[in-house]
Ligand binder design. Sequence first.
Ligand code: ADP
Ligand code: MG
Length: 343
Amino acid sequence: MSEEIRELDATTVERIAAGEVVERPASVVKELVENSLDADASRIEVEVDGDGTERVAVRDDGVGMTRPDAKVAVRQHTTSKIRDADDLASVATLGFRGEALHTIAAVSKTTVTTRAREGDGPATELRIEGGDVEAVRSAGRAPGTTIEVRDLFYNTPARREFLSAASTEFGHVNRAVSRYALANPDVAVSLAHDGTETFATPGDGDLRGAMLAVYGRDVAEAMIRVDATPDGPLERVSGYVSHPETTRSTREYLATYVNGRYVSDSVLREALVEAYGTQLAADRFPFAVLDVEIPPEAVDANVHPRKMAVRFEDEAGVREGVTEAVHDALLEAGLVRSRAPRG
Ligand code: ADP
Ligand code: MG
């Protein structure tokens, strides 16, 4: 077999890279909601049509952008969040890579409508198709930003083929938005699918209200408060876990956070389940919204930005702290028996 080595053109390179950042409609929603949270929004409305490739729209009442800022924001590697590599160590925002908006706009037909909270300029509407800015004009809207993404992957058919049924894709969106809503009870977060509201949190700062909106009354009423300062590396373990009889057959309702940021972490999940001991039926998993506070130097959060994974310096200590905190809460509620001390 003879193979010729060719250099890929810039458009091809860009579209391959885009596929790594934007895997499916839920990735678009994740990036846009993170931007809204970074923009200090107190209200975030997410709308999805069909499997999400038809249309995703995220509207916020955050700081917004001036017209020059909006034009810069959709270019590659532009961010208002860090200046250089030195700032990386202290980044407090969810985003900082400055590639999401550019990448999303490269593989869709995107409209950005934004008005800066500061200053009295009109709103700007920016229409981008396959990465090319097609139109810039003035528009009317309150301060904040709306980003509407239509025809996702219209120019990358291979990526489109890889998507699942609309219900599966929307399931991914729903879980992602739920995690942000539960992590930010002070923000009113709503989600609608094909024009029907899936949930809307009150945004009054009360996590119970957010759980009620996202999980419904039966689950919300079965949630038990956890708030502990265990020995070991964890400064605090707080949130809610469900009654041992309020369970599901998958782990997907175990929402774990490190310093307020969602992470998919088996150490935290296993430690949490371990606390229930034999009270949990085989292959059943509780609901949880649990945050662990840990000094930033004791956790490596940069394992993989897309996979939301972390690595703890003292994994055993973290494990014990979570199990102890959850077990104590369940014990106090009379839902588990006390355990023999660890030997
Ligand atoms: P990053 O979030 O990594 O900075 P993005 O490509 O997601 O990169 O966004 C680029 C820039 O666009 C952001 O740094 C921010 O200045 C601006 N921006 C994006 N979304 C919003 C929004 N909803 N409200 C205000 N500014 C936004
Ligand atoms: Mg971002």
